[in-house]
Ligand binder design. Structure first.
Ligand code: GAP
Length: 433
């Protein structure tokens, strides 16, 4: 059978559910549109992606500072940032079947793609989720779940300046949840109503913006490659499609099985946000350059990454099939794999083998996430670990009882070698490097 994009997505969604990566949200109640839950392996993979990002863009640099700001923010933040007015998608409703569509995502804005009925003229639909803070549900208590993490960085600009005393150029980074009441969520975790972002606001002088934009764009490609995502396509976003705050946006598109779509983005937000917050809050969000004796509001380059879309792109990039499509092997980059190694006794009913394997498992678990499996035959156990991307499987067999060596099987080559139990930690450390 010829593989189609839909086939591949179906296989990935099924694997994700079967092996504990991603489950439909609120499943036992019939689900909740546009929400997904991460299972035991999904949360490990997601955390590893976030760890790699944080290490690369915060910990290994000396010009980027991390924050973790509240999801709920004063409603004036959203008025000032322009989200209350501008964070909208065009929505059309079918006069017959009542289905709703994003007008910019359908071929004919007048005809319902579901029943062929006539669509209403588009209206602006604000995607922010409304909520109330405190026990009184009046308009004074109204605010929104944040639709981007970025504003948490802008409102803390002065706090970071005053506490860390950075010199320009410098960045503030954050990883966290964002919420959007998408009209048409879909394609698994690609477009959801609750998702995570990894964003950097990199503050610069205005005349530096072109060079900084290009160098951040290239850093984004490098990081993607480091987590196994290659062949991203830069797409210049037209003035009419850009967000209200952006003077230049490039989307980094990935070839998902359902088409080429945005994975990351980079925007030149000018001084739009800091200037607006200075005007509306009265706080001084300027920067003083001691050497040049100049005070000004910095401009900003914003590289932005979706965690869930990254996880999906990682799954797609590492999904391979063996034995004529009978079984899957997730060739995950080692640093992202939920388990680095799995340990088995050759036979589950031989106490000495189980004891030996269990000791190895307990010892290795001090250094890395390790899986244990004693079900079924050894071949099935190897395949089960291949399917979740575990790079190495260690088996204690009868020879282990004689010479204290085990077999180590490599996920990608299926080759096995014998390694002394006393050398296992060094062996794995070397591979993990
Ligand atoms: N602060 C800028 C900003 O939020 P965006 O392009 O709207 O820009 C940034 O979002 C990234 O967040 C996207 O590149 C994408 O990876 C992710 N993203 C946006 N909407 C999403 C959704 N509904 N579901 C999953 N990820 C989403």
């Amino acid at each position: 059978m010829k593989e189609t994009g839909q086939n591949i997505m179906e296989k990935i969604v099924a694997l994700a559910k079967r092996r504990g990566f991603v489950f439909p949200g609120s499943e036992i109640y019939g689900g909740l549109g546009g929400t997904w839950d991460y299972g035991p392996l999904g949360v490990e993979l997601k955390n590893n992606i976030k760890k790699e990002w944080w290490k690369r863009f915060v910990q290994s640099r000396d010009d980027v500072y991390g924050v973790d700001s509240a999801i709920l923010m004063n409603s004036r933040v959203w008025e000032t940032s322009g989200h209350t007015l501008n964070f909208t998608d065009p929505l059309s409703e079918c006069k017959i079947c009542k289905y709703r569509f994003r007008t910019d995502q359908i071929t004919d804005p007048k005809v319902c793609p579901h029943c062929g009925g006539t669509l209403s003229s588009p209206r602006k639909f604000n995607m922010m989720f409304k909520t109330h803070v405190g026990p009184v549900e009046d308009t004074a208590a109204e605010t929104h779940l944040r639709p981007e993490t970025a504003q948490g960085m802008f409102v803390n600009f002065k706090n970071v300046l005053d506490s860390m005393h950075p010199k320009l150029p410098f960045g503030i980074a954050q990883i966290g949840k964002a919420f959007r009441n998408e009209i048409t969520p879909g394609n698994f975790v690609f477009r959801t109503r609750e998702f995570e972002q990894m964003e950097i606001e990199y503050f610069i002088r205005e005349n530096d913006w072109r060079g900084r934009f290009e160098s951040w764009l290239s850093e984004m490609h490098d990081w993607a490659a480091s987590v196994g995502i290659r062949n991203l396509h830069d797409r210049e976003v037209s003035a009419e499609d850009r967000a209200h705050y952006s003077e230049r946006t490039v989307d980094l598109d990935f070839d998902f099985p359902f088409g080429r779509e945005e994975l990351f983005g980079i925007a030149y937000r000018t001084d739009f946000d800091l200037k607006a917050h200075t005007e509306k809050s009265g706080a001084d969000l300027s920067y003083y350059d001691e050497e040049k004796k100049e005070r000004f509001i910095p401009h900003v380059i914003e590289p932005t990454f979706g965690v869930d879309r990254t996880l999906l792109a990682v799954l797609i990039s590492s999904f391979t099939e063996e034995d004529g499509g009978k079984r899957a092997v997730l060739k995950l980059p080692i640093r992202l794999a939920p388990f680095k190694v799995a340990v088995f006794p050759l036979l589950a009913n031989k106490t000495l083998l189980v004891e030996k394997a269990r000791n190895i498992y307990t010892e290795l678990k001090k250094y890395a996430p390790v899986a244990w499996d004693e079900r079924g035959n050894i071949g099935k156990r190897y395949y089960a670990q291949d399917e979740i991307g575990t790079p190495w499987c260690i088996t204690a067999d009868f020879q282990t009882l004689e010479d204290d060596t085990v077999t180590v099987r490599d996920r990608d080559t299926a080759k096995q070698e014998r390694v002394a139990v006393t050398e296992l930690k060094n062996y794995l450390e070397k591979q993990l490097e």
